[in-house]
Write a protein that binds this ligand. Structure first.
Ligand SMILES: CC(C)(COP(=O)(O)OP(=O)(O)OC[C@H]1O[C@@H](n2cnc3c(N)ncnc32)[C@H](O)[C@@H]1OP(=O)(O)O)[C@@H](O)C(=O)NCCC(=O)NCCS
Length: 168
């Protein structure tokens, strides 16, 4: 397995991330949230316009994850002013799950956090996303709180907040 994780800098890469995000989000959230909410969330958070805005004005970085040169997933991170790094997006295409790529992705994120002096990585995860929660726990995250976020359109996100303490 050869996994390459690289910062997304150019529009064509962002376009590929938007396409794979659309596919992954419909596959993983369709049953959990319903198609209407997934369509709404993809447009609001993962369209090219939305991601461009996040990168330009909200301090987000997107990273593409490739195996043997093929895009198989992506990461979104946002360093915060305090000692925390927000892991906003952590997604792998279904065909590539269960083979060690998620752990490689997370180790990359922890290295990035260390490089910029962050002590904690946190994320939000849907309370019913059992597999992702199991993966995060296995990696060493712990649930520290819950949050219900009104995302407009009559929809909410009902999440756990999970946190990982960076080891030196
Ligand atoms: C979340 C996601 C990136 C994880 O990737 P994955 O390939 O499914 O993860 P893996 O199966 O490689 O599991 C990662 C680690 O957790 C462990 N793990 C997996 N399922 C587990 C379980 N039920 N209990 C305990 N440990 C488990 C694995 O053994 C592995 O540890 P290892 O590398 O030390 O062996 C992927 O499932 C995904 O993209 N899901 C859909 C999108 C999503 O929900 N993203 C998260 C949004 S918050």
């Amino acid at each position: 397995m050869s996994v390459e994780i690289t910062k997304v800098k150019y529009y064509p890469e962002l376009r590929r991330i938007a396409a794979i995000a659309d596919e992954i989000w419909h596959e993983c959230y369709g049953e959990l949230l319903g198609q209407g909410q997934v369509d709404y969330m993809v447009e609001k958070f993962q369209s090219i316009d939305a991601m461009t805005e996040q990168i330009e004005f909200q301090n987000y970085n997107y990273l593409s994850v490739c195996e043997n040169g093929k895009l198989c997933g992506y990461i979104g991170i946002k360093p915060e002013d305090c000692d925390r790094l927000f892991l906003s997006k952590f997604y792998l295409h279904k065909e590539y799950r269960g083979r060690g790529i998620a752990t490689a992705m997370m180790n990359y994120i922890f290295d990035e956090a260390r490089k910029i002096g962050k002590k904690r990585v946190y994320l939000t995860v849907n309370k019913h996303n059992d597999h992702a929660i199991d993966v995060y726990k296995k990696i060493g995250f712990a649930a520290v709180d819950t949050v219900v976020t009104d995302i407009g359109g009559g929809y909410v996100m009902d999440d756990f907040i999970m946190e990982y303490q960076i080891k030196e």
